[in-house]
Design a protein around this ligand. Structure first.
Ligand SMILES: [Zn+2]
Length: 146
C-alpha cells in the first residue's frame, strides 16, 4: 500500500512540476482527482493496519485454541478407570475414576449380575456390607488401568 501512497505523492509533485493550476477546468479536475486518490490511499492504509491487527488477534486466538485442545484431549487420554471385582459373580467391573471424585452419590452395579459393586454413600463395596465390616484392602483393590 505504501507503493500507492508514493505514486499519489508523485502525481501531486507532477501537478506542481507541470504547473497544473485549478484556474483551468481540466487542472481543477486533475487536482481534485489526485486529492481523491490521496484520500483513498490513506483509507487503504488504515484498512491494512486494521487487517494486520485482526490477523495478529486471530493468530493468538488460534494458538490459545490449540493449547486448549491439547489440554482437553490430554485430559481425555489420561482418563483412568478403576476396576473392582464383583462380590457376587467375581466379574471385573470397571468405571471411570473421575466418577469417584464426583460429589453426587454414586452406585455402580455389576453389568453381569446387577449387584452393587460400589456405593459412594457407604464408601465401601457390597461385599463389605455383607460382612458387616469395612475391608481395609478396598482402596488397594481399586487400581487404575483398563
Ligand atoms: Zn456381578
Amino acid at each position: 500500500m505504501g507503493n500507492i501512497k508514493e505514486r499519489v505523492a508523485y502525481l501531486q509533485g507532477l501537478t506542481q512540476g507541470l504547473n497544473v493550476s485549478d484556474h483551468s477546468a481540466e487542472g481543477k479536475l486533475l487536482i481534485n482527482i489526485i486529492d481523491v486518490l490521496d484520500d483513498m490511499a490513506e483509507e487503504f492504509n488504515n484498512i491494512q493496519m486494521v487487517q494486520e491487527d485482526l490477523e495478529t488477534y486471530v493468530e493468538s486466538m488460534d494458538e490459545d485454541l490449540t493449547d486448549l485442545e491439547e489440554e482437553v484431549y490430554e485430559d481425555m487420554d489420561s482418563e483412568e478407570f478403576v476396576e473392582v471385582q464383583c462380590p457376587s459373580c467375581h466379574e471385573t467391573v470397571s468405571f471411570e475414576s473421575s466418577l469417584l471424585e464426583d460429589d453426587d452419590d454414586l452406585e455402580v452395579s455389576c453389568p453381569h449380575c446387577g449387584d452393587i459393586v460400589y456405593d459412594s454413600a457407604l464408601e465401601i463395596v457390597a461385599d463389605d456390607v455383607n460382612n458387616g465390616q469395612i475391608n481395609s484392602d478396598f482402596r488397594y483393590g481399586i487400581h487404575p488401568g483398563i
